[in-house]
Structure formats: C-alpha cells, structure tokens
Write a protein that binds this ligand. Structure first.
Ligand code: FES
Length: 198
C-alpha cells in the first residue's frame, strides 16, 4: 500500500470512528435524559390524587391510582348501608377495625367519613390480589348469607360493603382505608387528610 493510500485509509477510519462514537453518544444520551423526566406512573406514585365524584352514581364504584395502589371509591346506596348494618359482627374477623389499617375518622361501622362514600385500597390483605366487587345479594356461588361486598378470587377471601373481612377468609385484616378528605361534596383528595379531625 502506498503512503498516500495508507494516509487516506487512516483518515477514513478516524472519520468513521468519530461518526460511530457520535451515534453512540446520541443513543445513550436519549435514555439518560428521558430517565430524568418524571413519567405519568412516577407522578401517580407520588402525591395526593384529586378525584371528582360528581358523576359517580348511587351504587357505582370508580377506581383511581394513588402511590401505585388501586383505590376504589364506592357511592353506597341506602339499601347497601342497610345491608352493611345487618351484617352480624360474629361473621367478621375485625368488626371494629381494631387491627386494620385505617385513619381514626374512618373507625366506625361504615369505615368512612361520610357513610355513603367508601374510599378503600383495592388490594387483598392476604397476598395482594385484586378483589372483585360483588354487590349482588345471595348469589348462587357465594351463598344465601352474602349481602354484597368484595370477593378475592385468588384464595376466596370475602369482604363486606365496608371492606371488612369475614371469618373463614385467609385475609387477616380488613381492606385498608387510605387517608383522604373532601373538598365540598364532590371532590375527594386521596392521600391527604390535612385538617381532618377524628
Ligand atoms: S390474595 Fe386474596 S385471598 Fe389470597
């Protein structure tokens, strides 16, 4: 190879290396920068979540995410509250929620600040599955004593319409109630109970 050809080959290699190196910088810089941009998920895992419940109908439930947890908001009907009151304490593991995770202002039979609005974490306290809502009364698969509530399909834990766990369920405690507060009648702030008294 002549000196001239050798020089030109080295020039080509230098330029090619620079280009490849440049691409490498660009390729690695993009995810690096992206990792500093807070994702929607990261935001969802952070602070309080404001929820408009003005369109939540009687007997309906909506789901939000707070700190990565599913939180359910159920607008209980008078009929549902009646069924809840009719649930014998003897059927429940922790009827007064003495062992369960909840703020003091929700330590009542309805487990709520306002009886008709249940705000509850939708995670089974056994091994973390997602219970499903079963608001029907005495369905064939859950038996004649079922007054409506939540059923965990993983290992059969049963919870009433206030998320209280029933005897015979593997779940040890009631579904957790997160901190929350109301702003007016139709906005719930999940994850913040500043100023709320027990
Ligand atoms: S995770 Fe719900 S019963 Fe086991």
């Amino acid at each position: 190879m002549s000196d001239e050809a050798d020089l030109s080959r080295r020039h080509f290699l230098t330029v090619a290396t620079s280009i490849v190196g440049g691409i490498g910088v660009v390729l690695t810089a993009v995810p690096f920068v992206a990792s500093f941009r807070p994702s929607a998920r990261a935001q969802a895992m952070g602070g309080p979540v404001e929820v408009d419940i003005s369109k939540l109908e009687d007997g309906a439930m909506m789901r939000v995410v707070w700190r990565g947890l599913p939180v359910w908001i159920l607008r209980r009907t008078q009929d549902m509250l009646g069924r809840l009151a009719a649930e014998p304490d003897a059927q429940l593991k922790d009827p007064g929620s003495a062992q369960s995770d909840q703020p003091d202002y929700a330590r009542n039979p309805a487990r709520a600040m306002k009886p008709e609005i249940l705000v509850v974490v939708g995670v089974c306290t056994h091994l973390g599955c997602a219970p499903i809502e079963r608001f029907d009364v005495a369905p064939a698969d859950l038996g004649p004593d079922w007054k409506g509530g939540f059923y965990c399909p993983c290992h059969g834990s049963r919870f009433d319409l206030a998320g209280r766990v029933m005897n015979g369920s593997p779940a040890p405690t009631n579904l957790a109630i997160p901190p929350y507060r109301f702003v007016g009648d139709n906005v719930v702030i999940v994850g913040d109970d500043t100023g709320v008294k027990a």
